[in-house]
Write a protein that binds this ligand. Structure first.
Ligand SMILES: Cc1ncc(COP(=O)(O)O)c(C=O)c1O
Length: 461
């Protein structure tokens, strides 16, 4: 599809017409008709490369028939399982997760998405400490500018005042430390030394919250917010692990984005050789063909919940047989098609564009691992600062990208960002893990063209 000859800018927000009964739904005026592989097709016949798989939701390509078959086969047996009966798809999926999960993360509690997974991890943490004789432990420490979901408890962990906003009085109390940041690293320190120093913020936070009160620390393996996709040195995670062990604080790795091959490893924590006590997973777990998530726990935690003690928690749709069929088929396809290896290979090719991207005056950083890349865009480089909210720079970028046939997910928080953050805006590149090197070239061609056109309009360069 040649978008050059088409003067229509497919980037207006839809706020009227057919869409007004879909409450608070503000999409761009591109209506999706079908999708195959890394491509999306709209109702006007335009083609777009799905550069971020929505919010890093897609691990397989679109239109994967092996998933359709697995779901319909399960549906022809039964679609829902009565809770008093053993659910074979659940057992098979949990066994498959245990096979690919790091270390002794061997038992999974299934839910329907990332927020439910994190919410479940919080409740599991609390019950674990109660039954092991540490009933005082209830506080969860997380990181500022992180994102762990949209339920009330997960918003507490998401250390972003804009997200908490009007919900503040209804949120449980939490405590936060900063993200690991290369940008803030003093020149005199090595990354390793700085990693240890950043991790030691956790020890201080435990001291101030009271060691007997702190139940867990939760963080994403790679950076979040303005530090999106920053890969901390292994020293950071090793020190976090040491501190958690010393104070009997459970380490929860939120692998909702990084799990299932996104960073070129099966799970993000494998980048650092550190195992968490629990990990939360969703998104790529079923490639979002059907909503699915889980909290996966180590043998030590699982042991406590064997016998008389059960986890007091559950959802009607947890372990839904159709979602389990999709999840199991996803893992099988990832193995048979070598998608984790391809994430590493195509990811290396993606990062070979770093130099070319950095030549652009608005590109202040390119970082990440595998097929998880953040391109930080800024108006000024030192200090890094994004365009003023009234310029609508982020929405404009996305709309130019759509015109060039590339669909991005972005924060859309651009206009609401605090001026305190003297930082650029992280654009996430996270295509399906089956992307070929030739498709990476096509995607990056459209992306580089988008950056050039956007810089022209913003008057930079
Ligand atoms: C790290 C992380 N945790 C949790 C969530 C919440 O997942 P969901 O939107 O499936 O509830 C997200 C969503 O983007 C996420 O990025």
């Amino acid at each position: 599809m040649n978008h050059e000859q088409d003067n229509k800018l497919p980037g207006e927000l839809v706020i009227e017409g057919d869409w007004t009964t879909a409450f608070s739904y503000h999409a761009f005026d591109v209506e999706l008709k079908s999708a195959k592989g890394i491509y999306l097709y709209d109702t006007d016949g335009r083609e777009y490369i799905d550069a971020s798989g929505g919010p890093a939701a897609i691990s397989l390509g679109h239109g994967e028939e092996r998933i359709t078959e697995a779901i319909s086969k399960q549906m022809s047996n039964f679609s829902y399982c009565h809770p008093i009966m053993a659910n074979r798809p659940r057992a098979d999926l949990c066994a498959a997760i245990s096979e690919v999960a790091p270390g002794d993360l061997n038992a999974s509690f299934l839910v329907s998405g990332g927020s439910e997974a994190v919410e479940s991890a919080i409740k599991l943490t609390r019950q674990y400490h109660v039954v092991t004789g540490n009933a005082g432990k209830y506080k969860i420490i997380s990181r500022y500018d992180s994102y762990h979901g949209m339920t009330l408890a997960t918003q507490t962990l998401s250390g972003n005042p804009f997200l908490k906003g009007i919900m503040e009085p209804m949120l449980p109390a939490g405590s936060h430390i900063g993200q690991y940041s290369d940008y803030e690293k003093p020149a005199s320190l090595s990354r390793e030394a700085w990693g240890i120093r950043c991790a030691q913020e956790l020890e201080k936070a435990i001291y101030f919250a009271g060691e007997d009160n702190v139940a867990a620390f939760i963080a994403t393996p790679v950076g979040n917010g303005v530090e999106y996709a920053v890969i901390a040195p292994a020293s950071y995670w090793k020190e976090i692990r040491r501190i958690c062990d010393e104070y009997n604080v459970l380490l929860i790795a939120d692998e909702v984005v990084t799990g299932f091959g996104r960073t070129g490893k099966w799970f993000g924590m494998e980048l650092f050789g550190v195992q968490a006590d629990m990990m939360t997973i969703a998104k790529g777990m079923s490639s979002c063909y059907i909503p699915l998530g889980a909290v996966t726990v180590s043998d030590r935690i699982n042991e406590v919940f064997k016998g008389d003690i059960t986890f007091i928690h559950g959802f009607t749709n947890g372990g839904h047989p159709l979602a389990c069929a999709a999840g199991l088929a996803t893992i099988n396809i990832m193995k048979s098609d070598g998608l984790v290896e391809n994430s590493d290979r195509s990811g290396k090719h993606l990062f070979s564009y770093t130099r070319e991207l950095m030549l652009h005056p608005t590109v202040s950083d390119v970082r990440g691992s595998g097929l998880c890349m953040a391109i930080e865009l800024a108006e000024t480089q030192e200090p890094r600062s994004f365009f003023a909210p009234e310029t609508n720079a982020e929405a404009l970028f996305m709309s130019i990208a759509l015109k060039n046939g590339v669909a991005f997910y972005s924060t859309l928080y651009g206009p609401k960002r605090s001026p305190l953050f003297s930082r650029g805006l992280s654009m996430l590149v996270a295509p399906a893990l089956c992307i070929t090197e030739a498709e990476v070239d096509e995607m990056m061609g459209r992306m580089l063209k988008t950056i050039t056109q956007w810089e022209d309009i913003m008057g930079v360069g």
